[in-house]
Design a binder for this molecule. Structure first.
Ligand code: NAD
Length: 322
């Protein structure tokens, strides 16, 4: 949907700061929504390569029917700039996606603060560092939020919007509306917490997966299969609360009464969490490299993205609600 042409989006000119994996995905989302995208990346190599990467991604999306044949028009909306000032000046909305490093975010936000206008809204792709850690001293801090996507953002729609304690929360409905208008699925956190929601849920699963693996209960492959052929079949349709609501005759309360004690026992059995051990990491690496040699990672990532495109198309065709 070309939302700018249909006048849906109030933000028309977008700056993308940092164009690695995530920034590139964001540029695709904004451009295919019909918005003008101005990219800045500090690395000249990335500046040079980013349009070719976007072109490849758009081509793959078009080939599988997610975009119309005139996909070049989306590429034409994107410009790459050598100075951060040129990307930021006049931007209605800024999406920052530099590396996850507090020192780097602190320095990049000094520049963002200097060049944005008095109405510009800024979203940070930060995966876990809350905005309060890098926006406290900024003039524009009321209009800077975490807007955290999932990788690859142009194929997985969720974004987490997280205010800092000094954010003007009245902007949140605007950001949500904007994200909806460009095809993303926003959620809002009422306040900051490390890792936000997505990575806290993922962390709970990962921590348990590492613990089960370290203790020798099953192989990486079988633990992965438990998710890909089990839990995730439902998870692409609904979350944990709706899942359990459907899994007991009288709904969620019934489920809680029957199985609450089991989950409480499981939680108590992990009351002394341990860091992922070097030994377990070494063993998991050996198992993963046997399953997939390191030189095949890129090929497998492309396979994943092609399957995600197919899944997106499937859900779009069925008008999947949430
Ligand atoms: N990779 C993921 O799975 C994922 C998912 C969601 C969010 N994120 C978050 O998105 C952000 C970016 O992650 P990524 O995976 O795209 O990293 P990446 O390493 O692929 O890209 C980061 C980019 O930032 C650029 N950069 C560094 N300093 C800069 C500066 N001063 N100005 C402009 N550009 C600069 C780098 O050249 C690089 O191209 C991080 O905060 C990360 O936590 C990552």
């Amino acid at each position: 949907v070309d939302c700018a042409l249909n006048n849906i989006s109030e933000f028309r000119r977008i700056a993308v700061i940092g164009a690695g994996l995530v920034g590139t995905g964001w540029a695709i989302i904004f451009a295919t929504a019909g918005l003008d995208v101005r990219i800045f990346d500090a690395n000249p190599k990335r500046r040079h390569a980013v349009k070719a990467d976007i072109s490849d991604a758009l081509f793959a999306m078009q080939e599988q029917g997610l975009l119309d044949s005139n996909w070049i028009k989306y590429l034409e909306r994107i410009t790459v700039h050598e100075q951060i000032e040129d990307a930021l000046t006049g931007a209605d909305y800024v999406q920052e996606s530099v590396h996850e490093s507090l020192d780097l975010k602190l320095s990049v936000y000094q520049e963002i603060d200097r060049y944005i206008g008095p109405d510009t809204i800024v979203g940070s792709s930060s995966s876990g560092i809350p905005a309060s850690k890098f926006t406290e001293a900024l003039h524009n801090r009321q209009r800077i939020f975490i807007v955290h996507p999932v990788n690859p953002p142009h194929l997985i729609p969720l974004v987490e919007i997280v205010p800092a304690p000094w954010s003007a929360v009245g902007h949140i409905p605007r950001i949500r509306g904007f994200m909806e208008s460009i095809g993303q699925k926003p959620i809002t956190l009422n306040r900051e917490i490390e890792g936000f929601i997505l990575n806290r849920l993922q962390g709970a699963l990962l921590n348990e997966a590492w613990a089960l693996f370290s203790e020798g209960y099953a192989s990486c492959k079988d633990i992965d299969r438990t998710v890909s052929q089990g839990l995730a079949c439902r998870w692409s349709l609904m979350g944990p609360f709706e899942t359990i609501d459907l899994n007991a005759e009288h709904g969620i309360g019934d489920y809680a009464a029957r199985l609450g004690p089991l989950y409480y026992n499981i939680a108590k059995s992990r009351s002394d969490p341990q860091p992922w051990s070097d030994k377990a990491i070494e063993q998991a690496t050996a198992q993963r490299r046997t399953a997939l040699p390191i030189e095949k990672l890129i090929e497998r990532r492309s396979w994943r993205d092609a399957e995600l495109i197919a899944l997106k198309q499937y859900f779009q065709g069925r008008g999947k609600a949430d």
